[in-house]
Write a protein that binds this ligand. Structure first.
Ligand code: TYM
Length: 384
């Protein structure tokens, strides 16, 4: 089965290294679009297509966990790419509360963080008219296909996941849920349920998308063509935003201190302070060199992502670290201020956010239920 076509916006396909034109399995896709005629949109492009009555759009799926406040890494690595692609593609974005159960065990927390996250997703620009924003626990097909995927992925494959190793490394003698280990199988299901072509994610999720491809190919081989093989897509700058205090570690909400993590809702003064205190090195040359100069390179990467250039091009404008820090901070403040204003408007109407999520979840279910049934049929389970 063929994989999807790279999108023509700010996505960078991992598998063909460019916005490449890929072959399609038209029979399979025709069936898919026939099931969802309301999602068919005509798009132009350089792809050579046989004379049939539809133009394939790229089906995009990506998700985020409601495990805390959204940070700059989430935005630059993933969310802004989701927004960029929404009008050209057929996009689904999940708030994956069931995934968050692997780390959150306090009653009442997930409901609140889910609504806050929905407000943030709409504040960054997802348009509920075109983007299907849903809650994972509203779509029971996720854990249902998740189980099938647990039985398709191997223990060895799960053992090699670096995220599992990273997340458990410092938790010796603490409770580690089995869900943290089997997490990628649920993520495989999240992606495959939507016949996904493109998965826009930050670099830390690359391995999870690769395992998704492996598992989908294995299932198709065992049971016949069932799943579309997805591709990870990443932004050219910002795919791995680093912690400002420890530029060899990615920016993360679970870092020990928040001094190196810029939150989407941080006040401008707090953002400037974090950038001014960013760790660099004892030299003075501004150069993009991730191995030798991780702190400076990380600032250049953020500046490039925030201003739409490349880190190398950004470096040419600077001879001093101080100016680089100030300009990067100011570029981030300018990027976040309108989002913060919109968030403050949206968060006041929780009933409307809940309604939008319910609509999104219904739309998601309409697609996911068909794919789950296709997988059950391929296996040969007795029809219900
Ligand atoms: P999560 O919730 O940790 O992060 C959401 C998105 O933000 C990206 N990201 C970053 N990008 C650049 N720099 C950083 N420092 C940074 N930190 C986070 C992540 O790569 C991600 O794209 N397992 C996923 C959620 C998930 C999912 C899925 C994603 C569940 N099912 C299906 C895609 C498709 C996660 O924990 O992301």
């Amino acid at each position: 089965m063929a994989g999807g076509r790279g999108s023509e916006n700010s996505f960078q396909s991992l598998n063909d290294g460019c916005h490449g034109t890929r072959a399609f399995d038209y029979t399979f896709r025709e069936a898919r679009f026939a099931r969802h005629p309301f999602r068919i949109r005509i798009r132009s492009g350089s792809m050579v297509v046989p004379p049939i009555t539809f133009s394939p759009v790229t089906r995009v799926l990506s998700c985020i966990q409601p495990t805390g406040d959204v940070h700059l890494g989430n935005y630059l690595g993933a969310l802004r790419v989701w927004v960029d692609g929404q009008h050209e593609n057929d996009v689904f974005h999940g708030i994956v509360d069931l995934h968050a159960l692997t780390v959150v065990d306090t009653p009442g927390v997930l409901g609140e963080t889910t609504i806050n996250l929905a407000a943030m997703l709409f504040a960054v620009g997802l348009d509920p008219e075109v983007a299907t924003v849903f809650v994972q626990s509203h779509v029971p097909e996720h854990p249902q296909l998740g189980w099938v995927m647990e039985c398709t992925v191997s223990f060895g494959e799960l053992s090699r996941m670096t995220q599992f190793k990273d997340k458990t490394a410092s938790r010796e003698n603490q409770f580690i849920s089995a869900g943290l280990f089997t997490y990628p199988a649920l993520m495989v299901a999240d992606i495959l349920l939507y016949d996904t072509d493109a998965v826009p994610v930050g670099d830390d999720q690359r391995q999870h998308v690769e395992i998704t491809r492996d598992v989908a190919i294995r299932f198709n081989h065992r049971f016949g063509d069932t799943f579309v093989i997805p591709e990870a897509v990443m932004p050219k700058a910002g795919a791995r935003v680093m912690d400002l205090q420890d530029p060899t570690s990615k920016m993360s909400k679970s870092a020990d201190s928040d001094a190196g993590c810029v939150m989407m809702l941080d006040e401008p003064a707090a953002i400037m302070k974090k950038f001014k205190r960013a760790v660099t090195d004892s030299e003075s040359e501004v150069r993009y060199d991730v191995a030798a100069k991780p702190g400076v390179s990380s600032l250049l990467d953020i500046l490039a992502a925030a201003t739409g250039t490349t880190p190398q091009a950004a470096a040419e404008h600077y001879t001093q670290y101080g100016a680089l820090k100030t300009d990067t901070g100011e570029a981030v403040v300018a990027l976040l201020e309108p989002i913060q204003a919109r968030y403050r408007e949206l968060i006041d109407d929780k009933a409307e956010l809940t309604r939008l999520l319910q609509i999104g979840s219904e739309r998601a279910r309409a697609v996911a239920s068909v794919t789950l049934q296709r997988a059950y049929d391929a296996i040969g389970l007795v029809p219900a």
